[in-house]
Design a protein. Structure first.
Length: 345
């Protein structure tokens, strides 16, 4: 398979050291988006009120919505295909059902307020924007909600109804955190299931789009599990182009260090001097299974034609090897998103 990339912007508006590195990365994930972040969520605001708020502020929101348009030519397609990819809206709505974390929710919500717009209003505007152009599916790439609070989940469920089930929702490092429960046994057993209606019950999701496949994998802890690895290997045998979607970006194998350098500049360096927010030898060091997954995805005969990621809160595009591009979207709470067109060769 071959491809080329054209970009245009539409601005509307297991050694001990490896184990230690993994632990550092998980801790760093908790700091990503900043513990000093926040934005205010009113526990007494109804979904109707919030939807009216979106309508009343629509013009203000549209002034900074920035959907970047990317085109990738893929051999074997008989027609063009298009979809949206968004990540990191960090919706932090809370009500009395989660009163114990209401104070934290309010602080977090304030930090994700952008251009005087609440993150949930901006998310709603982006959802509306996704209906304006031909799109086969919307991929929601993690940290759509900032914590597994019922009000946030209910709001997102309501917004996703606009898409008539034409979406994939997979985890970031924040979606299923709750209070002080972050990558804990309780977070996985009690709070992750709260999202099962929109996320499902597997660490990966596969969507066969006819001429191509979307494979979305949970790498929220900067690692990938064995179940996802085996599912990817099986999917790769179907001889269709694969769009690989994950939350934490992969470091390029080309020697291009621009992603690592940009992440260090924005988020600071790890204790080893690398990136705290990417997967790779200069960042969160992959364990054996994760390395096998990356190697399979980026192999010479891999059917992957594009990798999509979020997490780092800024746009970045690079080549992972000599044929597979990676595009990282900016944060949705700042109005950022991607509109991808797969062009028939």
């Amino acid at each position: 398979m071959t491809f080329k990339i054209n970009t245009k912007i539409n601005t509307e508006r297991n050694s001990p050291s490896k184990t230690l590195t993994t632990i550092i990365c998980i801790i760093s994930l908790a700091l990503l988006c900043g513990c000093n972040k926040g934005g205010i969520s009113s526990p007494k605001t109804s979904d109707t009120d919030k939807n009216e708020s979106v309508s009343s502020n629509q013009n203000d929101t549209n002034s900074f919505i920035n959907i970047r348009e990317e085109e990738i030519t893929v051999s074997g397609l008989t027609e063009d295909h298009s979809f949206y990819f968004i990540a990191d809206s960090h919706i932090s709505l809370c009500d009395e059902r989660d009163k114990d974390v209401m104070e934290k929710a309010a602080l977090r919500a304030m930090g994700f307020k952008y251009e005087e717009m609440e993150s949930w209003d901006t998310f709603s505007a982006i959802m509306d924007k996704s209906l304006e152009k031909n799109s086969e599916i919307v991929i929601l790439g993690g940290d759509i909600i900032d914590s597994a609070m019922y009000a946030s989940i209910d709001f997102v469920k309501g917004q996703l109804k606009k898409l008539d089930d034409n979406y994939i929702y997979f985890m970031g490092n924040h979606d299923f955190e709750y209070g002080t429960e972050y990558f804990s046994e309780t977070a996985y057993s009690e709070y992750l299931p709260r999202l099962s209606d929109i996320h499902g019950n597997k660490p990966y999701q596969i969507k066969d789009m006819g001429e191509y496949i979307i494979f979305a994998v949970d790498d929220s802890n900067s690692q990938i599990d064995a179940e996802s690895l085996e599912a990817f290997k099986q999917t790769a045998t179907e001889n269709k182009p694969i769009i690989l979607s994950l939350h934490v970006p992969i470091e390029p194998l080309t020697g291009d260090n621009s992603l690592t350098e940009a992440c260090i500049e924005k988020w600071g360096a790890s204790q080893s001097g690398g990136s705290k927010v990417t997967m790779g030898v200069n960042g969160c060091y992959p364990n054996e299974i994760t390395q096998e997954f990356i190697s399979a995805a980026l192999s010479e005969d891999s059917p992957v034609v594009l990798v999509l990621a979020g997490h780092i809160h800024f746009y970045h595009k690079d080549m992972l090897n000599d044929k597979i591009p990676q595009i990282v979207t900016g944060a949705a709470f700042e109005g950022e998103g991607l509109y991808i067109t797969l062009k028939a060769e």
